[in-house]
Design a binder for this molecule. Structure first.
Ligand code: ADP
Length: 400
């Protein structure tokens, strides 16, 4: 682990005539880390980031860079900004010069570098962001992704230790966003500490080494992303939703599957999880049964009586007529769409379920359940109650 490069100690900040945007925050960031500040709009992400290079000064508390409290005189801020580069959310606000070369050269020129050093810095940073050869181009004619890269090159030209990105993918299409995240990964590989803010939890999840979940100017949670984002309650509280792969993993875990300990962050990890889950015998209880009641069958089962004998069972209906039948008999339905899969999920939890159905769909249920059982080497009994006569034992397990 690298040593601590930035630290905040109980910082607070209120905008003039505004509300308190940062309400007592402490954390530290180590050299070489990839950190995501995640939270909904208005959480205080941008405000916090602006404190990292002294653009906003906390009303109270201290921010340390390289173990020394930030000083706010001009000379100190100049040095700080050379070491902590800031990439704004909107590149149009960051790019100020008529050519790409001039724009990227702005920082090193301002720092008083010699022209040959400036030239070297511009060429190096343009090639780092994949824009070698763009020197003479007017930035305002470039695509959104290219402008973003020019803004990043402008920051890289100062060769900072820490790179701060406020919402790095705003306004970019999915492929442009991926390119930028790849670039951030590469810069981190080259030794830069990278801090981003985002409300895109799916984006932060596979990328970050550590996530700081922010809400109303306070830290809700700070941990590796699969822990920080793995608490449904906290994630909801922050008006976000859990990353899909993580949610899927936790659902499998809840069902008693034996899974690799490392939670999946990519599709490849997830495939590994699924492979393991189904290769090892899952340790859940015996699957529950799915009963079918065909409302067209002769010798109709007395549904209210049957239901009274099976308290708590989940009931679904397939088809308009079956649903109407349930209404007529005053049977509340748990599932009215995706019914077969939902009953399979129940069965895998060891719970029984019932599908109210009409003849033509019975086969579909058998086929889907049999297919699932074959592929996953489980045995879910289907109990066809449709031919049972009133008062008969509603048995007749059909082999699957
Ligand atoms: P985020 O980046 O997470 O969307 P911000 O840091 O932009 O959050 O905002 C945090 C809070 O501070 C919000 O309530 C916002 O309305 C307020 N705020 C942001 N900028 C200003 C400003 N210039 N003047 C007054 N209040 C502001």
């Amino acid at each position: 682990m690298g040593r601590i490069i930035m630290e905040a100690r109980d910082i607070r900040y209120r905008y003039p005539r505004g509300m308190e945007a940062i309400r007592g925050i402490s954390f530290h960031i180590r050299r070489g880390e990839k950190i995501a500040l995640v939270g909904p709009n208005g959480a205080g992400k941008s405000t916090l980031l602006l404190m990292f290079n002294g653009m906003i000064r906390p009303d109270s508390g201290t921010i340390l860079f390289d173990n020394a409290p930030i000083q706010y005189d001009r000379a100190s801020l100049r040095m700080l900004r050379k070491r902590v580069g800031f990439v704004l959310q909107n590149p149009d606000r960051q790019i100020i010069s008529p050519t790409v070369y001039q724009d990227v050269a702005f920082g090193p020129t301002n720092l008083g570098c010699r022209p040959d050093e400036v030239k070297e810095a511009v060429e190096r940073s343009l090639s780092q962001v994949g824009l070698a050869g763009f020197e003479r181009r007017p930035p305002h004619h470039l695509s959104g992704g290219e402008k973003k890269r020019v803004a990043i090159a402008g920051v890289l030209a100062m060769d900072p230790d820490v790179l701060v990105f406020d919402e790095p993918t705003t306004g970019l299409d999915p492929s442009g966003s991926e390119d930028i995240m790849e670039l951030l990964e590469e810069l981190n590989q080259q030794g830069k500490t990278v801090i981003i803010s985002t409300h895109d939890i799916e984006l932060a999840y596979p990328w970050a080494e550590r996530a700081i979940l922010l809400l109303d100017g306070k830290i809700l949670q700070e941990d590796v992303p699969d822990v920080a984002f793995g608490n449904q309650e906290l994630v909801r509280k922050a008006r976000l939703s859990m990353p899909t792969l993580l949610e899927l993993y936790l659902e499998l875990e809840r069902r008693g599957f034996r899974l690799p300990e490392r939670r999946p962050r990519t599709v490849l990890d997830m495939l590994n999880v699924i492979d393991r889950a189904f290769r090892n015998k899952p340790c859940y209880t015996e699957p529950g049964a799915i009963s079918l009641i065909d409302i067209n069958a002769p010798g109709e089962v007395d549904l209210p009586v049957w239901r009274a004998a099976h308290p708590g069972i989940s009931i679904g209906a397939m088809g308009t007529r079956a649903k109407q039948y349930a209404v007529d008999k005053n049977i509340p339905l748990d599932f009215t769409y995706g019914v077969i899969d939902k009953c399979i999920l129940k069965a895998l939890l060891g719970e029984d379920s019932l599908i109210i159905i009409t003849g033509s769909m019975v086969r579909r249920v058998h086929e889907r359940v049999e297919e699932f059982c074959r592929e996953n080497q489980v045995r879910i009994p289907i109990l066809d109650l449709c031919y049972a006569r009133k008062g008969d034992d509603p048995g007749g397990e059909v082999p699957v």
